[in-house]
Ligand binder design. Structure first.
Ligand code: PLP
Length: 469
């Protein structure tokens, strides 16, 4: 499989190189040159497969030519064995024909484990083969950091540095990162905010001289392998609800547009999907596009669903690429004008076509709490605030009651106690067994000033299993 850039100028890469790259050299994002397409009979024949075997069938075409089948099977079996639920991604019924797909049974209790557990293993496999080491530098406002650290903790060939804003992530989220020890794991608390952290990561990609030749890899959702891993659970959910003979709809709590883009790809690979609902919080750039064809940056607000607090959704560029007939030059122009002027609209015809599949809703903090309270009162289930936004949007945007509606359950409520408390749910939430002693564990973290040179000096001092590069 070959991968091309959304801006048309960077060289095409194979899977192995795309795995080890962040942004394409022309500033674009990599996407498959040709998407695999499965027949209905083929998809139907996968019903009842264990998760890792389904994952093998769905993802095999994407790694073709880079990873032999037997090795890929083994990697997938190990990856999904760490999930705490036997079905890996169980469906829980909320209401008539309304389901939550629980994607929070991985080590860090958020859906990001599905991709980052795989990414860590794929990196180590490819690097061992090449006899190389890499450095990962990532910024997190919460869920990505812990999932990336858990995914890479056992990697022999990866040193990972995660920057989080000092004193600005929740206790659970911080401890999920800082209580994992290893000479290749480095937590940095930056005396700044999340944007400062992200800016320093970006600048580190732009000038890599401090790495002395060691390769730098991205773990945010611009990395293609993360999107690829998320396609699988759309097939998994559909097959349990009568697919592919029956069409299914999905409502997806959305920030960077990675998770829902995977659903869009599943549909283009042959899975019958009736409706994809973009569920956002007050940071609603995607809702404003879907409802009014305006893609315009606005102020960033802090909400009760912090993992969706974004101004701009980086993966949206991948959808725009398809919307414009996969024309890299057009996309480069569009993204350029966005950067200059802060906004754009697309041709009415293209927008109308997109809206045949996508609906959207922006949900306030108050509505998020109301939804948590309502679902708890009726079912006894406690939703996390991100999932609650998905439920609210599903109920508001649903086109057909006959089509099963699946809401992606993106995090475990115990990660976001503030929202659950505000919703007035009087049920004590317990950490799952593997994290029950989280608050007794020692922490390890280095506090550094909000200064690029200080961060880079730290990385070059510790980037080789804690020793200098
Ligand atoms: C990352 C995250 C999201 C947003 O996913 P995107 O792929 O960025 O759209 C939603 N909910 C939770 C809990 C997350 O951690």
């Amino acid at each position: 499989m070959r991968y091309i850039s959304t801006r048309g100028q960077a060289p095409a890469l194979n899977f192995e190189d795309v795995l080890l790259t962040g942004l394409a050299s022309d500033g674009g994002l990599y996407v498959p040159e040709n998407l695999p397409r499965f027949t209905q009979e083929e998809i139907a024949s996968w019903a009842g497969l264990p998760y890792h075997e389904l994952a093998f069938r769905v993802m095999r075409p994407f790694v073709a030519g880079s990873i032999p089948d037997a090795d890929f099977k083994k990697i997938l079996e190990e990856t999904y064995a760490v999930f705490a639920h036997s079905s890996v991604a169980p469906l829980r019924q909320l209401n008539g024909n309304e389901w939550v797909l629980e994607l929070f049974h991985g080590p860090t209790l958020a859906f990001k484990d599905f991709a980052l557990q795989l990414l860590g293993r794929l990196l180590d496999y490819v690097l061992a083969k090449r006899g190389e080491r890499v450095v990962i530098i990532g910024a997190t406002s919460g869920d990505t950091g812990s999932a990336a650290i858990e995914g890479c903790r056992k990697c022999d060939n990866v040193d990972i540095f995660i920057l989080h804003p000092h004193n600005r992530v929740s206790d659970v989220q911080r401890r999920q990162m800082t209580t994992i020890f290893g000479d290749n794991i480095h937590n940095i608390a930056v005396e700044g905010n999340f944007d400062d952290c992200q800016e320093m990561v970006k600048n580190s990609f732009a000038d890599q001289s401090f790495l002395k030749g060691t390769r730098l890899v991205a773990v945010n959702s611009i990395n293609w392998a993360r999107i690829m891993a998320q396609i699988v659970y759309y097939f998994h959910a559909s097959l349990q609800l009568g697919g592919p003979a029956r069409s299914v709809s999905f409502s997806v709590p959305t920030g960077n547009f990675g998770d829902i883009f995977a659903g869009y790809l599943a549909r283009n690979m042959g899975l019958p999907i009736n409706q994809l609902i973009v569920a956002t919080n007050r940071n609603d750039i995607l809702h404003r596009f879907m409802s009014g064809n305006q893609y315009v940056k606005e102020t960033l607000y802090a909400t009760l669903s912090p993992s969706m607090d974004i101004m701009v959704s980086s993966n949206f560029e991948r959808l725009l690429f398809d919307m414009h007939g996969r024309n890299g030059a057009t996309l480069a122009g569009l993204m350029d004008s966005f950067k200059q002027g802060g906004g754009f609209s697309v041709d009415e015809e293209r927008w109308t076509e997109t809206r045949k599949l996508f609906d959207s809703l922006a949900v306030s903090d108050a509505e998020t709490c109301e939804t948590i309270a309502d679902v708890f009162a009726k079912t006894g289930e406690v939703l996390d605030p991100h999932t609650a936004i998905g439920v609210k949007a599903a109920r508001a945007c649903r086109r057909s009651l006959d089509t099963p509606m699946v809401i992606l359950g993106t995090a475990h409520p115990v990660k976001f106690p503030e929202a659950v408390e505000k919703a007035g749910v009087g049920k004590a939430l317990e950490l799952p067994a593997h994290l029950s002693d989280l608050f007794e564990r020692d922490e390890r973290c280095t506090v550094l000033p909000n200064d690029l040179k200080a961060i880079q000096a730290f990385v070059s001092q510790h980037g080789n299993r804690g020793k200098p590069l």
